[in-house]
Design a protein around this ligand. Structure first.
Ligand code: NAI
Ligand code: MG
Length: 490
């Protein structure tokens, strides 16, 4: 194990110390127990489960556990509401969607704190990225609601019906926004289930939806785990299923929906590459690599979890990466200095640990900086491996943690071949000084998103989605409307 404990001291002496800058959680208001949000009301259920704060391992709140009969109630409410919602004038629908976006903005400080407490992500990220982007998504789709007739020339667009939506724990509120905003703009109604480790901000959103006066039943939020998710997916009165999560569950859902006339979109896993050519601005690329894999502890479907670096700059890039990693601060999600927060759950920490052990056993060389680690909670050191070959497990499987696999290439063709050598196809980054090279390589990559000299940039106007085992369908922008519309040629 290559772990130079004295590098930080060598680099910075003892002058590079941050005093803690904790974000107060005093104003964050949440209940001990939440029911489901069905037909505009919070309703209780027989069973409850706990969601913990992964940085402290303490229980944050209890949430109702929906079984098939509760899901049935929610789908019924969504069906009833659909009759009027689909007839509601589009500019009226837009007002509600806009109002939800505005209320998220108004409560953004509080929601950011809750998001970090329930999921473990650094407050800097929930405050500056997750919550503003969630609001932006509602604003964007509010704008589309009354322009659907112009969005697809030559076709008449109509709504689909009741949408069953299941989302993961890595961007809890943002994924809820990605699912709910386009569905409402297009005149559909929704039954959505947040992930079992991060349901808190979804229930905050339920409060916002209620306060915004959205007609009852248009948005229903039920909580629970995989069984609740499959009850939604398999419900006969659900017309459209939208899922974001693991490829494994995505395949189960695809089988469940096969042979029915349900519409389906899947946004699944990834094994993205950052491709760094020798003519790239190296310092900038190193920032992009860091952002690509350590943002949100690497719990990102489009994470740049593989680094493909041109062989002649490998040593320089790796040295700069080590240097930069010495400044990463791992710790309390609510500390404004924190760069890498808590791993979302014990289960996810175990998975990351197993895969990192597999990397070591397969002969890859591990590097971890000499950062201080918290004593309690689920944390994992920012890590990278060199001496990785494309067949190693850490080069093939989605780790969904702060772990990077570094490989080399000599020619653009080899870079493309290696980048495409994965069952996934979600995102890549290309780093070069030459625009023509960037566009040529981007065109050869089998993935939904290619970033040029940057990484992990999101905008509600820009479609996002995958190829191969990363799923199908697009979210965001005009293309994101298609998943929620029936188009008839005129
Ligand atoms: P998961 O895919 O099981 O969970 C995602 C959502 O699906 C949750 O809301 C869960 O309750 C629900 N779900 C689980 N089983 C279901 C079923 N049979 N039918 C309907 N819904 C179901 O992901 P999990 O177990 O939390 O994480 C396992 C691995 O999946 C992670 O280690 C990571 O590699 C990957 N993952 C990838 C995500 C992505 O966005 N690419 C998101 C979450 C996990
Ligand atoms: Mg939690």
């Amino acid at each position: 194990m290559n772990r130079p404990t004295d590098v930080r001291e060598l680099l910075f002496g003892d002058t590079w110390e941050y005093s803690p800058a904790p974000q107060s959680a005093d104003f964050a208001d949440y209940r001990d127990q939440y029911g489901h949000f069905i037909d505009g009301e919070f309703v209780e259920d027989d069973e409850y489960f706990e969601s913990v704060n992964p940085a402290t391992e303490e229980t944050l709140a209890e949430f109702a556990l929906a079984d098939a009969s509760t899901v049935d109630r929610a789908v019924d409410a969504a069906r009833d509401a659909y009759e009027t919602w689909q007839q509601t004038p589009p500019s009226e629908r837009a007002k509600y969607i806009f109002r939800i976006g505005r209320m998220i903005k108004e409560k953004s400080r509080e929601i950011a704190v809750l998001e970090s407490m329930d999921g473990g992500k650094p407050i800097r990220e929930s405050r500056d990225i997750d919550i503003p982007l969630a609001a932006a998504h509602f604003f964007h789709y509010a704008g589309w609601a009354d322009k659907l007739e112009y969005a697809f020339p030559g076709a008449e667009a109509s709504s689909i019906g009741v949408c069953g939506q299941v989302i993961p724990w890595n961007f809890p509120l943002l994924m809820a926004a990605w699912k709910i905003a386009p569905a409402l703009a297009t005149g559909n109604t929704v039954v959505i289930k947040p992930a079992e480790t991060t349901p808190l901000t979804a229930m905050k959103l339920a409060e916002i939806v209620q306060e915004a006066g959205l007609p009852p039943g248009v948005v229903n939020i039920v909580t629970g785990a995989g069984d609740t998710g499959s009850a939604i997916v398999e419900h006969p009165d659900v017309d459209k299923v939208a899922f974001t999560g693991s490829t494994q569950v995505g395949k189960v859902i695809q089988r469940a929906v096969a042979g029915t006339d349900k519409r389906l979109t899947l946004e699944l896993g990834g094994k993205g590459s950052n491709i760094v050519f020798d003519d790239a601005p190296i310092d900038q690329a190193v920032e992009g690599i860091i952002n690509g894999i350590y943002f949100n502890q690497g719990h990102v479907c489009c994470a740049g979890s593989r680094l493909l670096v041109q062989e002649n700059v490998h040593d320089e890039v790796v040295a700069k990466l080590q240097h930069r990693m010495e400044t990463l601060r791992v710790g309390a999600p609510l500390d404004k200095n924190t760069d890498v927060g808590a791993i979302n759950s014990k289960q996810q920490l175990d998975k990351i640990t197993d895969l990192v052990e597999a990397g070591v056993e397969e002969g890859c060389e591990l590097y971890q900086p000499s950062c201080e680690m918290p004593d309690t909670g689920y944390f994992f050191e920012p890590t990278f491996f060199t001496n990785v070959t494309p067949s190693n497990r850490i080069a093939q499987e989605e780790i969904f943690g702060p772990v990077l696999s570094v490989m080399t290439f000599r020619t653009p063709d080899e870079a493309v071949r290696k980048a495409n050598n994965t069952p996934y196809g979600l995102a890549c980054g290309v780093w070069t000084d030459k625009g023509s090279k960037l566009f040529n390589v981007a065109g050869e990559l089998d993935c939904g998103v290619v970033w040029g000299n940057t990484y992990n940039q999101f905008d509600p106007g820009s479609p996002f989605g995958g190829y191969k085992e990363s799923g199908f369908g697009r979210e965001g922008g005009r293309q994101g409307l298609l998943a929620y519309l029936e188009l008839d040629e005129t």
